[in-house]
Design a protein around this ligand. Structure first.
Ligand SMILES: [Zn+2]
Length: 437
């Protein structure tokens, strides 16, 4: 049986492999995971979507044919600016009870906990009902063309899965109140570039046809727009449970739909970054380009936006509004959009109930709620073809720890690693049991 110490040292080693995407170089990560699997007597196959962009898959044969269950993870990470961190982002250093490193939360610790639970299942000689697949993909952070998208083409049986478990939800500790977010859907990625052209010229002679001014004005209009709050069935179930019994003055929480009509409740929801992000489209200006020299008016400039739409929003409706806000002086180009953004996975399933039972057995009676992930994950590929897919890693994070994902000093506590390993084992045992579909 793999121990907590095994998990910690493997997570630290994994964090030391720099899989910053772009460019990715996830081959090193796939070879690292392959080495662990083969040392433990399991088979592994590597499939590269492009040179040095490798995915890895391993399988435990089940009693019944077809409809495998997939433990999915990704091996790439987003860039880290070393100068902002207090430790080197690829050191895997342990400090004050935390393992630091880019990817600690998103999602190398989860990949290792899922892997060790998978290996333990094989070592215990458990024959699962369905084939159990461990899959770690590359390229998730940049859309998945070389990763999940490539693997679904290469191994069509993945598209026949009965269930997929990956990232997107955790146990959250909000001021001592713990609840579990089991992600059943996610915001839709809708990124775009606004481009402007104008006349170049000397900075001393403004002529009113400046690319930079057009970009600033269009961006300002886009960013000033208040996208309306909308309740969806998943957010109503999630926030309805969390806010039940809360009061503003004398007034009890009236349910999400009603609360969105009342200024006091709207302010409360708006004041919480997570609530606010799951209730509306968000539009964030992430890259600005224009000009190189203080006395030269540039002829071209651009602004790049990262927008995340509510699962019920359409790209068409969204872009119609963005174009209208941006005005006639600029052009808008969408950035790569392959998966349209499917509806939520159902959560009245044996999988949701089974995961709820696992959480209850580990944590007692905490609320286990369907959740909408604000980021995009590889699970959208499976939801797009109607396979129930949940994002959940059974570790208890505070909001502060959660916000370190993609930010500086990303880390995971040793306590979380212990929780994650035990939790993944419990969930994987359930997924191997006869109660799955
Ligand atoms: Zn991730």
């Amino acid at each position: 049986m793999k121990t907590f110490n095994d998990a910690v040292s493997l997570i630290r080693e994994f964090l030391r492999i720099d899989t910053t995407n772009p460019p990715g170089n996830e081959e090193a990560a796939a070879l690292f995971l392959e080495d662990i699997l083969t040392r433990e007597g399991l088979d592994a196959e590597i499939h590269a979507g492009a040179p040095r962009r490798a995915n890895i898959i391993s399988r435990i044969k089940g009693r019944e044919k077809g409809k495998p269950i997939i433990l999915l993870g990704h091996t790439d990470v987003v860039p880290a600016r070393e100068e902002e961190w207090t430790v080197h982002p690829f050191s895997g250093d342990v400090k004050d009870g935390y393992v630091y490193g880019r990817g600690a939360i998103d999602m190398k610790a989860q990949v290792i906990c899922q892997l060790l639970a998978f290996i333990d299942l094989a070592h215990r000689g458990v024959v699962p009902k369905r084939d159990m697949i461990f899959l770690a993909t590359c390229d998730e952070e940049v859309g998945g063309a070389q990763g999940m998208e490539f693997m679904l083409r290469k191994l069509p049986e993945l598209g026949d899965a009965s269930f997929v478990l990956s990232e997107g939800g955790n146990l959250i500790d909000e001021d001592g109140l713990v609840h579990a977010q089991v992600s059943v859907t996610e915001k839709k990625l809708s990124q775009f570039i606004v481009k402007a052209k104008g006349r170049g010229g000397h900075g001393s002679m403004p002529h009113g046809d400046s690319a930079n001014e057009k970009i600033v004005e269009a961006s300002h209009r886009i960013l000033s727009h208040r996208w309306p709050f909308k309740a969806t069935p998943v957010t109503s179930a999630y926030l309805g449970n969390i806010l039940e019994g809360r009061r503003i003055g004398q007034a009890k929480f009236p349910g999400l739909k009603e609360a969105l009509k009342i200024p006091g409740w709207k302010r409360l929801l708006e004041g919480n970054e997570i609530y606010s992000a799951i209730l509306r489209n968000t539009v964030t200006l992430t890259i600005l380009r224009g000009g190189e020299k203080v006395n030269v008016i540039p002829a071209e400039s651009s602004a790049t936006f990262d927008a995340r739409l509510l699962p019920t929003e359409t790209h068409e409706r969204f872009f119609k509004k963005v174009r209208q806000l941006a005005g006639e002086d600029v052009v808008i180009e969408r950035i790569g959009e392959k998966v349209s953004g499917p509806g939520p996975s159902r959560y009245n399933t044996v999988y949701f109930q089974g995961i709820r039972n696992c959480i209850t057995s580990l944590k007692g009676q905490v609320p286990v709620l369907p959740f909408v992930t604000t980021g995009a994950t590889d699970l959208r590929y499976f939801r797009d073809i109607g396979i129930p897919s949940y994002g959940f890693f059974p570790v208890t994070l505070t909001k502060e720890e959660h916000m370190r994902m993609h930010a500086k000093d990303e880390r995971i506590s040793l306590e979380n690693i212990s929780e994650g390993l035990e939790g993944c084992r419990t969930i994987v045992d359930f997924l191997a049991s006869g109660s799955v579909l």
